[in-house]
Design a protein around this ligand. Structure first.
Ligand SMILES: Cc1ncc(COP(=O)(O)O)c(C=O)c1O
Length: 447
């Protein structure tokens, strides 16, 4: 009988992050300079990122050593347990084994701290005084605020307006750790003011908040920009999740048949799954499933094309599955999944057929969240609940498989979402094809 709970000792926290770029069957299409259309150079990124992170972004090395200071800080909550959801399995009457890698145990309550600590560490080393960022649900903003507190940097967060109002306690968390938080779009930036003038009632979006944070960093010499997902170096830092999981499965005498994660920009999903890509290349039957909201279905309904990462067209062009940079998703409660694009690495692997994507409407996602909470006890974040929905549906096939999902965060600050679900007030949105066609008309032309 495989164990219900697999712990690792702290000396088994990985000593290096895994870089999947070294093992891709085809190279990743490079990011392009939006002005020249030429592949981006390190100098193009220097105004907004520190050198060390630019090097990681472009590195082809298979392993990148984790600095000892960062590894020490990981000890606050890592290694995280791999837990077998036996009570959920029983309720489903499935003969599949369902495991979840519990990333909700970090101080900020999600996987995001795996990269915020690393990013702030490198910025600090290069003398940066302040970091500007965006946040959707507030998980990333709070993780960055904590990391900035640890390393003594100032932290400015542009929080998507709909989440700013839906999740006031995530704001409080950022304040506790000394961060300043503004609802986005705000009147602090040119990009924010332009959007407010045209759409004063916009709920905001990650694309808009990214524009504001990038502009803030570009306009201030002491400030750099940080992103909580999408970029290669962010997914790299998150691979501690999958590396620990591999070791834990080995200790449990298990081999994963199915890997599942929710996808906003792709960082928790990539963190779990990328270390398994070499296995997938040898064992094509390994299923790797990316789960997204049907209200923001980049992987399932978007096109694979070069697009801007933000709304105001300030970022480089990256090749990804996109719904168009002008797309503003409905204000669903999984704020961290309201992104028009995807990590280029995840998009590339999807295009190559190594990853499969699924989309679910939010009511069925919350139904799964309640089933999980009623059996396993933990109350998941709405984002995480997408992975749970998929894992439950997969387990219902009853084919004896070993299913492993990333439990990316807890939902303790998402009670208004649970209240809305329980009182029948949660709306489902299907993204209309006409809206995709309209947004895709604005894609940049790349020769
Ligand atoms: C708990 C949780 N899970 C998942 C996500 C989605 O982000 P990513 O796709 O980068 O993991 C977020 C983003 O805010 C989050 O807060």
């Amino acid at each position: 009988m495989p164990p219900e709970y697999v712990h690792l000792p702290q000396d088994e926290i990985p000593s290096a992050w895994y870089n999947v770029l070294a093992d891709l069957p085809e190279p990743l299409p490079p990011p392009l300079h939006p002005g020249t259309g030429k592949p981006l150079t390190p100098d193009d990124l220097a105004p907004i990122f520190p050198r060390a992170l630019i090097e990681q972004e472009m590195s082809g090395d298979r392993w990148v050593a984790i600095p000892s200071e960062v590894r020490e800080l990981y000890k606050i909550w890592r290694p995280t347990p791999l837990v077998r959801a036996v009570r959920l399995e029983k309720a489903l009457k499935t003969n599949c084994r369902i495991y979840f890698k519990n990333e909700s145990l970090s101080p900020s309550g999600s996987h995001k701290l795996n990269t915020s600590l690393a990013q702030v560490y490198y910025n600090k080393k290069e003398g940066v005084a302040r970091l500007a960022t965006e946040t959707g649900a507030g998980q990333w903003g709070s993780s960055l605020a904590f990391a900035c507190k640890v390393f003594g940097l100032q932290c400015t967060v542009y929080m998507v307006k709909s989440s700013y109002h839906q999740k006031p306690y995530r704001r409080s968390l950022m304040h506790i750790w000394g961060g300043e938080v503004f609802p986005s779009p705000s009147d602090r930036t040119q990009s924010g003011r332009a959007i407010l003038a045209e759409h004063p009632d916009t709920p905001g979006s990650l694309g808009i908040a990214i524009s504001e944070a990038v502009e803030d960093a570009a306009m201030h010499a002491d400030t750099k920009y940080t992103l909580g997902s999408v970029l290669n170096h962010v997914l790299l830092h998150q691979t501690v999740i999958g590396l620990e999981t591999k070791r834990q499965l080995q200790l449990a005498g298990e081999t994963a048949d199915v890997l599942i994660g929710c996808v906003g920009g792709g960082s928790n999903f990539g963190g779990l799954c990328l270390p398994f890509i070499p296995d997938k290349l040898k064992r094509p039957e390994l299923e790797i499933i990316a789960v997204e909201p049907s209200a923001c279905p980049s992987l399932t309904k978007g096109v694979y094309a070069y697009d801007f990462g933000d709304t105001a067209k300030l970022t480089p062009l990256v090749k990804m599955y996109t719904l168009g940079h002008s797309f503003v998703p409905p204000g669903i409660h999984a704020g961290g999944l309201r992104y028009h694009g995807t990590a280029p690495i995840i998009a590339h692997l999807t295009k190559l057929g190594l990853i499969r994507a699924e989309a679910y409407p939010q009511n069925s996602v919350f139904e799964a969240a309640l089933q999980f909470a009623s059996t396993e006890g933990f109350v998941p974040a709405p984002e995480t609940s997408h992975a749970i929905r998929s894992a439950i549906d997969r387990a219902k096939r009853n084919d004896g498989k070993c299913i492993v999902m990333c439990y990316s965060g807890h939902g303790h600050f998402d009670m208004s979402a649970y209240d809305a679900y329980l009182s029948g007030k949660l709306e489902d949105y299907e993204h209309p094809d006409a809206a995709i066609d309209e947004a895709l008309r604005h894609l940049p032309v790349v020769r």
